[in-house]
Design a protein around this ligand. Structure first.
Ligand code: SF4
Ligand code: SF4
Ligand code: SF4
Length: 326
């Protein structure tokens, strides 16, 4: 019988640690509550029994691998493998010290969508988490007066937004892949993510942009989970010179988001970790996705498809189209 993703990841991790091929394996373990997975680093073969794969492994483990000097294996689906490739190119990771355990991915689920479907009822158990794209999950729980429920929810109704439009669900450049490949896309249109604002005239677009970010509390969770944000001192934390005010005034909030989005342009894999981390439910991918759409259209570039290609905004060619700078 074919191994589940969890079984295959544990076996690969154990083999690598036993053979002394890596010093650590960066993966996921079950979170302390249902519908959560948290990063976990296995240092011994025994630790590997804690590794899991689920529909809630929605963080980005490239962020944890970034800057490490030891030999690490990283459990990586399509988006994470592409971020790892990008970090190798940017010299944050030495490819010789990296081993990618690739996981063909059927998409992550959004726990907030699941919770919304249950209208506040407390989830105590996630019973099944299928390995196929068209499956269903079963959640159950009881309220304070022990009125209990069991709900079966279709995966496709509660997927994370970015996973509907993912273009590379299979890992790119992995050293090994733990299961059979899946279809490369989920069928969604990646260019459509940017359209809610793209169809508006300038004034209306600004209004929508302002509305989108008005609840931002500047906790920086979106920055901290992103593998692209590794500057020793982020521009928002600089005080001399101070690039950006530290208040929640709309001008300061907007400056943070615009500058961060431009720093990510041509490097963002649309992994969705930023949106998942946001406690305010802010849709910052509406900004990054618009920039990525432009990068695809103008330079035919997709981030992280290898470790060599420079992102367009960090290179210059005499034949670059320049009309967008005007
Ligand atoms: S963006 Fe793609 S590879 Fe990444 S979790 Fe979603 S479906 Fe998987
Ligand atoms: S995670 Fe959300 S609230 Fe926090 S800084 Fe980012 S957008 Fe703002
Ligand atoms: S900006 Fe968001 S979607 Fe893009 S790589 Fe960073 S965390 Fe992932």
């Amino acid at each position: 019988m074919m191994k589940t993703r969890t079984e295959a990841i544990r076996a690969a991790a154990r083999r690598l640690l036993e053979a002394g091929k890596v010093d650590a394996v960066i993966g996921y373990m079950q979170g302390t509550i249902p519908l959560r997975a948290q990063p976990f680093i296995a240092y011994t073969p025994e630790d590997c029994d804690k590794l899991i794969w689920s529909s809630f492994c929605g963080g980005n483990l490239a962020t944890i691998a970034s800057g490490r000097k030891d030999r690490v294996a990283v459990v990586a689906q399509g988006c994470v493998s592409r971020n790892l490739n990008g970090l190798v190119h940017e010299k944050r990771i030495d490819r010789d010290n990296l081993y990618i355990i690739g996981v063909p991915c059927i998409g992550m689920l959004d726990q907030r969508k699941v919770e919304a479907k249950l209208m506040g009822r407390n989830i105590e158990l996630l019973k099944n988490d299928p390995e196929e794209d068209l499956g269903e999950i079963t959640v159950s729980g009881c309220n304070a007066v022990r009125e209990c429920f069991v709900e079966v929810i279709k995966r496709r109704d509660v997927k994370r937004d970015n996973c509907y439009t993912c273009m590379h669900r299979n890992p790119v450049g992995a050293d090994e892949v733990v299961t059979e490949p899946v279809s490369e896309t989920a069928g969604g249109d990646i260019n459509a993510v940017a359209t809610p604002w793209a169809r508006f005239e300038t004034d209306r677009r600004w209004e929508e942009f302002t509305k989108n970010f008005e609840d931002c509390i500047r906790c920086y969770a979106c920055r901290d989970v992103c593998p692209l944000c590794y500057c020793t001192t982020c521009f928002v934390d600089e005080s001399n010179p101070q690039w950006c005010g530290k208040t929640q005034d709309p001008a300061d909030v907007q400056t943070f988001h615009i500058l961060r989005a431009f720093h990510c342009a041509g490097r963002c894999t649309d992994c969705g970790a930023c949106e998942s981390a946001c406690p305010q439910g802010i849709k910052m991918r509406r900004l990054t996705s618009m920039l990525e759409k432009d990068v695809r259209a103008k330079w035919n570039h997709e981030p992280g498809m290898d470790c060599e290609t420079k992102p367009p905004l960090s290179t210059y060619r005499p034949d670059d189209p320049e009309d967008h700078f005007k």
